[in-house]
Design a protein around this ligand. Structure first.
Ligand code: AMP
Ligand code: GLY
Length: 426
């Protein structure tokens, strides 16, 4: 089979690396890709948000048998619907199902209607009514812009003053553009043991009939050590989550995952693809923080390397709605991904810095924001590389990842030094 993966980042490189191991995959393509994907796939220099250009390319390349749409924005825009209408087989939800990520207000409504545990919330289209509600509820309180906002549209406010300022930013100043036309205001949840609350990402394959959780992982969204600083796209991940147990999985399957799949079906929005559950273990049990309609980034970088089953077999089974027939198996042990970022990220940073990579042992360098310029590997984004290491446990994987990272450099490179140490006591 010849497979096209849509997207540019570390997640897409990780998906391509997993597909490269498939016995059934012959040729890989990536639109647009980066310097890393170019090593294993043919990069296609087309803007994937230009639907007509994507369709023209796909028509001109009938040898492409299968298309994986990985990022949130083309999913929300309905690229899968367009490609399926051309008779192409795809991995990723259609537009109707992708709404579970593209509208937080919709996701909250769905959870309320089907009694799926999540933080108590109200949605507002009027700034004045929202302000009144915030003043009534008081702080701490959480504000969420309704639409897609590059993972930055969530403000966890400790004081009423912060909340009032944040509401103005979202609804009046439109800091996140039209994503802020509606705002979800919700109670701030508390972790069972840790502050901020302990979070786990559970990615699941689903064909709308069966839902199969992958191994768990934990992200580090804040820019600096100790989970402080600005929110980023993710500074590193590790797998598995230390507080996850078989018992917890059974409970979450029953209270959250299966009910979500069924709720989407009942609403006429059958979801086929990777459904991402951002969960928090709170003092009132496991609750949903957010849904994503896709593989997480950088969660995918630590989850897919542990997959023993052929990923292409799983993708096809999802498309053909026979996921229940596939036995999905995972390696034992642990995996850690340390993200190496440009100096200044997530705020202003420079691109085009030459990258040198020395001895990285048996780790894998996953590319996110890289390019080749004048024959040299250079930085081309905020999150540049992910160093992915496996080990018998998280500590061993973490040590390997950091010693490889020491042999990678460019001007002003920065990374967190504490990836993989949280939730150690379970
Ligand atoms: P989201 O984009 O919805 O995942 O939110 C980003 C981050 O904000 C989450 O990973 C949590 O750390 C935090 N957060 C979101 N909602 C809540 C909440 N209701 N209570 C506490 N923290 C939250
Ligand atoms: N790592 C968080 C996300 O992919 O949304």
């Amino acid at each position: 089979m010849n497979v096209l993966v849509i997207g540019n980042g570390g997640r897409e490189h990780a998906i391509l690396l997993a597909l490269k191991k498939s016995k059934r995959v012959e040729k890989l393509y990536c639109m647009k890709g980066n310097a890393g994907t170019a090593e294993i796939a043919e990069n296609v220099d087309i803007d994937y948000m230009n639907t007509e250009a994507v369709k023209d390319y796909v028509s001109a390349h009938p040898e492409i048998d299968y298309i994986v749409v990985a990022p949130d924005d083309p999913l929300a825009a309905g690229l899968v619907d367009e490609l399926e209408a051309m008779g192409k087989r795809c991995f990723g939800p259609n537009k109707a199902a992708a709404i579970i990520e593209s509208s937080k207000a919709y996701a909250k409504e769905l959870m309320k209607k089907y009694k799926i545990p999540t933080a108590e919330s109200e949605t507002f289209e009027s700034y004045d009514k929202a302000l009144e509600y915030i003043r009534k509820k008081g702080a701490p309180i959480v504000l969420k812009a309704d639409g897609l906002a590059l993972g930055k549209g969530v403000l966890v406010c400790e004081t009423l003053e912060q909340a009032e300022e944040g509401l103005k930013e979202i609804m009046l100043d439109k800091a996140f553009g039209t994503a802020g036309n509606k705002t979800v205001i919700e109670e701030r949840m508390r972790g069972l043991k840790y502050t901020p609350g302990e979070e786990v990402s559970v990615l699941a394959f689903t064909d709308g009939k069966t839902i199969v959780p992958m191994i768990t992982s934990c992200d580090h969204k804040r820019a600096n050590d100790g989970d402080i600083g600005l929110n980023t796209g993710g500074m590193g991940t590790f797998s598995p989550c230390p507080f996850w147990t078989k018992k917890l999985e059974k409970q979450v399957m029953k209270t959250i995952m299966v009910p979500t799949m069924k709720a989407l079906n009942a609403e006429g929005r059958k979801f086929k693809g990777c459904l991402y559950f951002g969960l928090m273990r709170t003092d009132k049990g496991m609750k949903v923080v957010e849904y994503n309609s896709r593989f997480g980034d950088p969660e995918t970088q630590v989850v897919l390397p542990m997959l023993k089953t052929d990923l292409m077999d799983i993708f096809e089974a999802v498309t053909e709605e026979r996921l229940s027939e596939v036995k999905i198996e995972w390696e034992d042990g642990a995996c850690v991904c340390v993200v190496l970022a440009s100096g200044g990220y997530p705020e202003k940073y420079e691109k085009g810095k030459e990258i040198t990579i020395g001895d990285i042992g048996d780790t894998t360098v996953v590319h996110a924001g890289t390019a080749i310029k004048d024959g040299k590997l250079v930085t081309n984004g905020g999150r540049v590389l992910g160093v992915v290491a496996k080990g018998k446990d998280i500590e061993e994987a973490r040590k390997k990842a950091y010693s490889a990272a020491e042999n990678i450099s460019w001007e002003n490179m920065h990374c967190r030094k504490d990836i993989g140490i949280k939730y150690r006591e379970g």
